[in-house]
Design a protein around this ligand. Structure first.
Ligand SMILES: [Zn+2]
Length: 253
């Protein structure tokens, strides 16, 4: 038997006044113990997936770790992606942090990227309050790093030397200043949805009134020595370059 907890329970001398027939008491709910036994013993079939609730899944993970049962550990750890789809990913991430399962914590961290951790949504704030403080800080830094990395790649501060902007200019010239105010919202959008998925779906670029000026801005050297008559920024190229940049920042914690 690999589980030292089970072993110690069974090995401990029973008090003399205690009847040897009295069952050894385990602290877990019977449904969790039943699930563990179903996982452990050949011939029985455990088919509950992640279980009916987050509390069930959490208890199963905790019990698998406490009793150190390889079959159960293997199963609950492999269920993390499914758990993150079924239950709030922030809770699953917090649980993996608590259990110290680093690889699974990374998987769950990716699943949190659809959420703005600073949102005032009460349910989301409640989920964060149930996680370890250090886990929350680490998650916030991870979300933030994705936004920072994207904004840095776009190099708004030095357009004239930015290979990014030259790669999307139609005539090879860049005016001293582009109308970039719409892109202030790009930063906000990365806060709202740090995965960047809302940017990948394009309405951001097509529907934003703030970007209209950028799409119509012409080259500032026209009439001097540039013969281009199109908008200075190639819209399709810009969108696909931004989507490329979205794939670069780390996707896990
Ligand atoms: Zn030009």
């Amino acid at each position: 038997m690999s589980s030292t907890v089970f072993y110690n329970k069974l090995d401990v001398p029973r008090a003399s006044r205690e009847s040897p027939d009295r069952p050894i008491e385990l602290e877990e709910e019977s449904e969790i113990l039943k699930a563990l036994l179903d996982i452990m013993y050949p011939g029985t079939h455990f088919n509950a997936g992640v279980g009916p609730s987050f509390t069930f899944y959490k208890s199963l993970c905790m019990a698998a770790k406490k009793y150190d049962i390889p079959a159960a550990l293997g199963l609950v750890r492999s269920l993390v992606p499914a758990a993150g789809r079924r239950f709030p990913p922030i809770l699953v991430y917090g649980l993996m942090y608590e259990l110290g399962w680093e690889e699974e914590m990374k998987v769950a961290s990716t699943q949190t990227l659809g959420y703005d951790l600073l949102s005032t949504d009460l349910e989301l704030q409640n989920q964060l309050s149930l996680c370890d403080r250090r886990a929350v800080t680490r998650l916030m830094m991870f979300h933030r790093s994705r936004r920072v990395q994207l904004i840095e790649a776009l190099n708004f501060e030095d357009l004239g030397n930015s290979s990014f902007w030259y790669s999307v200019a139609t005539c090879g010239h860049l005016p001293p200043a582009l109308s970039l105010k719409g892109f202030l919202f790009l930063s906000k959008e990365m806060d709202n949805c740090p995965s960047g998925d809302s940017l990948r779906t394009r309405p951001f670029f097509f529907e934003s009134k703030l970007l209209e000026e950028l799409w119509t801005q012409k080259c500032s050297r026209i009439n001097i020595y540039c013969s281009s008559n199109s908008a200075i920024i190639n819209k399709e190229k810009l969108i696909s370059r931004i989507v490329e940049e979205l794939d670069k920042p780390p996707k896990t914690i």
